[in-house]
Design a binder for this molecule. Structure first.
Ligand SMILES: [Zn+2]
Length: 116
């Protein structure tokens, strides 16, 4: 399924090739403030339509995850990291930043990122 996503102002925009049925609501110190709903996809499923350097990068804790955000509007549409088990490049997309996704139809799974 081809989806498109962006920050609020459009400085950061991307296409996503993924089926999204289940999303994660994480309680870590960042996610509980940001309030995103995350879908994990192979990094290659995400194609940037704007230059990579258009987004800022925030890292915390172990600094393994690059949390991308828009320096203009402040929205954080996706994060990137290597999968801790396989090492495969993975993206966590904030499904709230995708167009045409019925958020109410998604199964929301709570993950205890605060304890990881
Ligand atoms: Zn923006």
């Amino acid at each position: 399924m081809n989806l498109s996503g962006s920050c609020h102002c459009g400085r950061v925009a991307f296409d996503l090739d993924a089926e999204i049925a289940e999303v994660y609501d994480c309680n870590c110190s960042m996610c509980r403030r940001r309030g995103g709903l995350l879908a994990f996809v192979p990094r290659e499923a995400l194609t940037l339509r704007t230059p990579e350097e258009a987004a800022g990068t925030y890292r915390f804790n172990k600094h393994h995850i690059a949390h991308r955000f828009c320096p203009d509007c402040g929205i954080a549409p996706y994060s990137e990291a290597a999968d801790p088990r396989t090492g495969a490049p993975t993206a966590a997309v904030n499904v709230r930043c995708l167009e045409g996704v019925d958020l109410a139809a998604l199964k929301v799974v709570q993950i205890d990122g605060a304890s990881l």
